[in-house]
Design a protein around this ligand. Structure first.
Ligand code: GDD
Ligand code: MG
Length: 349
C-alpha cells in the first residue's frame, strides 16, 4: 500500500522552530516527526511513500537519503517550485497512484489505525474517506457534516462562528480512490479542503467519515508542539513505539553524574551527559549529544540536539533548538531559545 505525505507547507505558525527546517522535520522525542509517521505507516502495511515537498525540500531529501532501507519503505519525492496547495500537491503526485492510497498531512501526531481506516473505506465502498475526531473548538480546522449512514454531506474549511453545528473535524488523514484525481486540475494551485472536497460532494462522489477517538494533535503551534511531548511522556499516546514506561527513558551511552537527579517522566537521547548536581525533569525531553552542566536545572522543556547548557543555567517550560549554547546562569522560561537568542514568544505555562 502507498501513502502520500503532504509536507510542503511553510510552517509559519510554528516559527521560529521552522526557521531552519520544515515543519514535518521537527523532532518528536528525538526523531523527525515525518520519520515517526513513516514508521507508524509501515506497521500498518504501507511499504511505499511519496513525500510532497516545497519549503526546505532539500532538508527532507537529505535526511532520508539512504534511510529508505533502514526504514524498510520505498521513498519518492515530488517537489513544487511554487506551492500548489494541498489539492495541487495531490494532483502533482498522480502518476504514483493506481490503487487505493492514503494521504496524510505531515504535522499530525496521532494514534490512528491506518489499516483499520483503509478497511473501513473499502467496506463502505467510498471513493474518499476522511478520518475525523470530535473537538470543542472547530475554528482552526476543516469541519465535516455527515448523514446518519456516515457519508459526508458538507465540508467547511475553518468555518466562521455559527457556520456549522458539527464538532467533527478533518484529522488530516484521507483514503482516496485514484479515480477522484481526475477532478483536480493539473499544475494549478488547489486546496483539497476548500475546493476539491466541496466539488466532489456536489458531483455526488461517495465520501465517508471515519470517526476515531484516540490521541490526535496537530503540532501547528509551539504550544501544541510542547504539549505533544508532555502527552507522550504521560502515556496518553502510542505514537512513539516502545515507550511503555512513564518513567525515565534513556538513549545509548547517556552519562548521568551520580549526584545529578533525573525526575521522570523524562527522555534523554544518545550520548547526552548530565553533570554533577544538575536536575533534569519532570516532563523533559533532551536530544542527542547534549551537555547539561553542573548545578543547572531543566524542567518541562524540550531540547533538540547538540545543545550545551552551562553551569547554573535554568530552563523551564521552554524549547531549545539544536546547536544552542545556554550560557552560565542564564534563565529561560516559557519561551523558545533558538540561534542562541531568546525568541519573542511566550509559551503557556
Ligand atoms: N506539497 C505541499 N504543497 N504541501 C502543502 C502545501 C503545498 O502548497 N500547503 C500545505 N501543505 C501541507 C503541510 O505541510 C501540511 O502537512 C498539510 O499540507 C496541511 O497544511 P497546514 O498548513 O498544516 O493546514 P492546516 O493545519 O491549516 O489545516 C489542515 O489540517 C487540519 C488538521 O490539522 C486542513 O487539512 C484542515 O482541514 C484540518 O482540519
Ligand atoms: Mg496543520
Amino acid at each position: 500500500m502507498k501513502a502520500l505525505l503532504l509536507a510542503g507547507g511553510l510552517g509559519t505558525r510554528l516559527r521560529p522552530l521552522t526557521d531552519d527546517l520544515p515543519k514535518p522535520m521537527v523532532p518528536i522525542m528525538g526523531k523527525p516527526l515525518l520519520e515517526r509517521i513513516i514508521l507508524n505507516l509501515k506497521k500498518s502495511g504501507v511499504d511505499e511513500v511519496v513525500i510532497s515537498t516545497h519549503y526546505k525540500s532539500d532538508y527532507i531529501e537529505n535526511y532520508f537519503k539512504g534511510k529508505s532501507k533502514e526504514l524498510g519503505v520505498k521513498i519518492h519525492y515530488v517537489t513544487e517550485e511554487t506551492p500548489l496547495g494541498t489539492g495541487g500537491a495531490i494532483k502533482n503526485a498522480e502518476k504514483f497512484f493506481d490503487d487505493t492510497f492514503l494521504i496524510l498531512n505531515s504535522d499530525i501526531v496521532s494514534d490512528i489505525d491506518y489499516a483499520d481506516l483503509v478497511k473501513y473505506h473499502k467496506r463502505r465502498r467510498a471513493q474518499v474517506t476522511i478520518a475525523s475526531i470530535e473537538v470543542r473548538d472547530t475554528s482552526q480546522y476543516g469541519v465535516i457534516e455527515f448523514d446518519s449512514k456516515g457519508f459526508i454531506t458538507a465540508f467547511k474549511e475553518k468555518p466562521k462562528p455559527g457556520e456549522s453545528n458539527s464538532k467533527y473535524i478533518n484529522a488530516g488523514v484521507y483514503v482516496f480512490e485514484p479515480e477522484v484525481l481526475k477532478e483536480i486540475p493539473a499544475n494549478t494551485q488547489v486546496s483539497v479542503e476548500r475546493e476539491t472536497y466541496p466539488l466532489l460532494l456536489s458531483k455526488g462522489y461517495k465520501m465517508a467519515i471515519y470517526k476515531f477517538t484516540g490521541y490526535w494533535m496537530d503540532i501547528g503551534t509551539v504550544d501544541k508542539y510542547k504539549k505533544v511531548h508532555e502527552d507522550i511522556l504521560k502515556g496518553k499516546s502510542r505514537f512513539v513505539a516502545g515507550l511503555s514506561t512513564r518513567g525515565i527513558i534513556l538513549g545509548e551511552n547517556v552519562k548521568i553524574h551520580p549526584t545529578a537527579s533525573v525526575i521522570g517522566p523524562a527522555y534523554i537521547g544518545d550520548n547526552t551527559e548530565v553533570d554533577a548536581y544538575a536536575t533534569v525533569g519532570p516532563y523533559t525531553v533532551i536530544g542527542s549529544n547534549c551537555r547539561i552542566g553542573q548545578e543547572s536545572k531543566v524542567s518541562n522543556s524540550v531540547l533538540w540536539d547538540n545543545i550545551k547548557v552551562r553551569r547554573f543555567a535554568r530552563l523551564e517550560n521552554s524549547v531549545v533548538t539544536s546547536e544552542c549554547v545556554v550560557e552560565v546562569n542564564m534563565e529561560i522560561k516559557n519561551t523558545v531559545f533558538t540561534a542562541n537568542k531568546l525568541a519573542d514568544i511566550t509559551l503557556t505555562p
